[in-house]
Design a protein around this ligand. Structure first.
Ligand code: CTP
Length: 403
């Protein structure tokens, strides 16, 4: 399954800001993801960075105002505009934002933007005072009303030495937005997919919890793969150290009980629920209100079972018909297939992804996984060792086939 950026023609407008050096990173990463990236630099941008930088990282010609009248003649901008699937302007200075808002087209970038019918993403970068000026605010509002997506600027250290809102959003986040916006017409367009991820935490006292080794990577990879296919994704996540994926609805929970409530609420009307979270099976019966002291001699924890979320979802599905399809995971250290098949049947799933947590390079806290897919009709499919991203794509391919 190609990522939504692959083979797309992306124009990258670069304007006069010190953040122009970060635009080279945006160009390089989009190129590495398979996009055809053409940079257009304004005169001011060239005070900070050269066209050669962009040509070197993208393998494509980078354009400047010298191309507006010379070389390819008077239609350069029309050619660039019409062949583009997407226009990113990063960094976008206050001056360029003002020109775009008012249709001024006095250089190659602004005239191309005026001629372009493709989606536009703008990442402003300027000093805090310039960004908060009513003129800039109004210009940004005008662009948003016309359908441009404006991301940032962020708060932090500015070139002036001051701290404030004006820093360009970091390249990885800009790219995540481009990826999301280019994915919207995928095969799962308008399909509602709920994904759970991470390991729940059950409090013992205000300091201590019962947790597990789940990193959340597999669930986050599934959420990303579902978004790449165009789905409307809700990610219900227990605490993790991972970046929140751009474009999905993120619901943060801590305990199994909180996850149960959110899953039942979002799975209502959903097309697919994918339970990748490692949900605690037991919780302390009476969590202490104050920190338990060392000298309290508490050596045994009194536990009670948590709710089985997939069992509750199976009951909901029997009553309402939703979610249309349910996928679970089975983390096993022995009798993989037999145990997983038992869970698939007990929890009335359409598919279960069985993973042998004792195998090397698979299971918790690693980037790779070795899994077997078991289906409700009785067949199963063993997959080789692969990245969690590839496992996620395989699961989403199955979802596409179902829906
Ligand atoms: N699961 C759940 N609610 C729980 C525990 C697990 O919905 N309270 C889900 C998990 O998200 C996973 C599937 O059930 O998709 C199987 O989880 P797993 O921990 O492998 O199995 P358990 O049902 O907890 O059984 P056991 O611990 O005995 O292996």
């Amino acid at each position: 399954m190609p990522n939504p950026v692959e083979s797309k023609s992306i124009l990258l407008g670069v304007t006069g800001s010190i953040a122009a050096y970060k635009a080279a990173d945006v160009a390089s990463k989009l190129h590495q993801m398979g996009a055809n990236v053409t940079a257009i630099l304004t005169q001011s941008a060239m005070q900070f960075i050269t066209p050669l930088t962009f040509q070197s990282v993208t393998g494509c010609k980078a354009y400047t105002d010298a191309d507006l009248w010379g070389g390819e003649g008077h239609v350069t901008h029309i050619g660039l505009a019409r062949s583009a699937d997407f226009l990113v302007i990063a960094p976008a200075s206050a001056n360029t934002i003002a020109k775009l808002a008012h249709g001024i087209s006095d250089n190659l970038l602004t005239v191309t933007a005026l001629a372009a019918g493709c989606p536009i993403l703008i990442a402003p970068a300027m000093d805090a005072g310039m960004y908060s000026h009513p003129a800039t605010k109004e210009n940004v509002d005008i662009l948003c009303q016309r359908g441009a997506v404006v991301i940032g600027p962020e708060s932090g250290h500015l070139a002036s030495g001051l701290t404030g809102v004006g820093r360009m959003t970091e390249p990885d986040k800009i790219i995540a937005h481009v990826r999301y916006l280019l994915s919207r017409n995928g095969p799962l367009k308008e399909k509602r997919i709920v994904v759970t991820a991470g390991g729940t935490r059950e409090p013992i006292d205000p300091v201590r919890v019962i947790a597990n080794r789940s990193s959340g990577r597999q669930g986050y990879a599934i959420a990303q793969a579902a978004m790449d296919a165009g789905a409307d994704v809700t990610l219900i996540t227990a605490p993790t150290h991972l970046e929140m994926p751009v474009g999905c609805r993120v619901i943060s929970v801590t305990t199994a009980r909180e996850m149960l409530q959110q899953v039942l609420s979002y799975a209502e009307g959903a097309d697919v629920l994918i339970m990748a979270a490692a949900v605690a099976d037991f919780r302390p019966r009476n969590p202490a209100g104050q920190k338990i002291k060392k000298h309290s001699n508490l050596l045994v924890l009194d536990l009670e079972p948590t709710e089985d979320i997939l069992a509750a979802v199976a009951n909901m599905k029997a009553e309402t018909g939703f979610p249309l399809r349910t996928i679970g995971f089975a983390a096993e250290s022995e009798n993989l297939i037999q145990n997983a098949r038992g869970k698939l049947e007990a929890k009335r799933l359409d598919m279960i992804i069985a993973n042998d947590i004792s195998a090397p390079n698979a299971g918790f806290e690693v980037e790779t996984n070795r899994v077997t897919l078991l289906f409700a009709d009785g067949h199963h499919e063993e997959l080789p060792l692969m990245t969690k991203l590839d496992v996620a794509e395989r699961i989403i391919q199955q979802v596409i086939q179902w829906l």
